[in-house]
Design a protein around this ligand. Structure first.
Ligand SMILES: NC(=O)c1ccc[n+]([C@@H]2O[C@H](COP(=O)([O-])OP(=O)(O)OC[C@H]3O[C@@H](n4cnc5c(N)ncnc54)[C@H](O)[C@@H]3O)[C@@H](O)[C@H]2O)c1
Length: 340
């Protein structure tokens, strides 16, 4: 009989959800948790019966674990994911994978050199209605895509209070890299590699982040398809978070979001659809699909298959996001180089 995979989690905000999820997944054993906040680490370890609680992430990476989730602030992902892979673990790195293209490429090379699997926490791909739009595209039901668009809207004002590292003046989280990483991942999933980006950004009134927290980008994919990503981190609405996705092709259209639990599609009758909207319903998932995401990654490790969002996909998203920032600075459309 196979031994359980030994799992560790670094950073216990979002990482607490990872820890609880691993606690539920058959075939894995959560053996170590890490947070610089010792009380937080001890509490999670006590609640879940975890053997090791540490404040030293390098110590966790040196434990010989099979799988590590990196759930620390964004600027720490690169060094922690790298050390975990070098310590022999497969890694689920939360989004954004890194904060620079160079660091993302370095993680791809580290995964290749160590033979470890690297997955990135672009969890929206596990939302059922978003998967369904991808299925329609992948099966050709929308024909040839000419436009894909995704909006990531999250009023972060309460989140900034809970997680002040995001607005730390010395090393603030970049709202575009952090938030738009979800939307950029989705448009890349549907539309493929991005060739060129033009980005405009400004500030949402009343949001304490010093960096622009509202941006719109126009995209041209290598396929010739066009796209758009909209990021808004202060929109006044409730619930405070929503992801919206649209795919438009020569034979059909599909629209969805993370509130509605359905896809609305218009599919050409000649290929078995109908011209009026067809609402494709889903059973609601219970909250955030992190359990589905981590279960899938555990399956990838056991079956030796590729993660749905692998290191190359994560790095291509970071590369596109960074070129977006270059475009905002230059005021011109900028080219995206493929990942090496
Ligand atoms: N995929 C998603 O839906 C999703 C949702 C939320 C957050 N995230 C990502 O998760 C990461 C963490 O965000 P969060 O909201 O959980 O923040 P958080 O502040 O709630 O949690 C981060 C934790 O990391 C700990 N930490 C900081 N420095 C550390 C270090 N050197 N060693 C060990 N622990 C350290 C902090 O003490 C804190 O407990 C971010 O990269 C964020 O983008 C992803």
């Amino acid at each position: 009989m196979l031994e359980d995979l030994k799992v560790g989690v670094i950073g216990l905000g979002m990482g607490k959800r990872h820890s609880r999820a691993y606690h539920e997944i058959p075939g894995v054993r959560l053996v170590a948790v890490c947070d610089v906040d010792a009380e937080r680490a001890d509490r999670v370890a006590r609640d879940l019966g975890t053997e090791t609680a540490t404040t030293d992430w390098q110590e966790l990476c040196d434990l010989g674990l099979d799988l590590v989730s990196v759930c620390s602030p964004d600027h720490l992902h690169h060094r922690m994911a790298k050390a975990a892979m070098e310590g022999g673990a497969h890694v689920l790195c939360e989004k954004p994978m890194t904060t620079t293209r160079e660091d993302a490429e370095d993680l791809v090379r580290t995964a290749e050199r160590t033979g470890r699997k690297l997955a990135v926490g672009n969890v929206n791909r596990f939302v059922p209605q978003i998967r369904a739009v991808h299925d329609l595209v992948a099966k050709g039901r929308l024909g040839e895509l000419f436009m894909v668009e995704a909006n990531y809207i999250h009023d972060m004002r309460n989140v900034y209070v809970r997680t002040p590292w995001r607005i730390d003046p010395d090393i603030p989280q970049n709202p575009w890299i952090a938030g738009a990483s979800h939307a950029m991942d989705l448009v890349r999933w549907l539309g493929g590699d991005i060739d060129e980006i033009m980005l405009y950004d400004n500030h949402v009134a009343g949001t304490p982040a010093e960096l622009p927290d509202h941006a719109i980008s126009m995209l041209r994919f290598a396929s010739g398809c066009l796209g758009r990503v909209w990021l808004n981190k202060g929109l006044r609405r409730w619930p405070e978070h929503i992801v919206q996705l649209g795919a438009y092709g020569s034979e059909g259209t599909a629209l969805t979001d993370t509130e509605g639990m359905h896809v609305t599609a218009w599919l050409d009758p000649e290929i078995g659809g109908q011209m009026g909207p067809i609402v494709i319903p889903f059973q609601p998932t219970i909250g955030h699909p992190v359990v589905e995401e981590l279960t899938a990654f555990v399956g990838n490790i056991l079956d030796d298959t590729a993660p749905l969002v692998d290191g190359r996909a994560g790095a291509a998203t970071i590369a596109a996001l960074c070129v977006g920032l270059d475009s905002a600075a230059s005021g011109k459309p900028e080219k995206v180089r493929p990942i090496e």
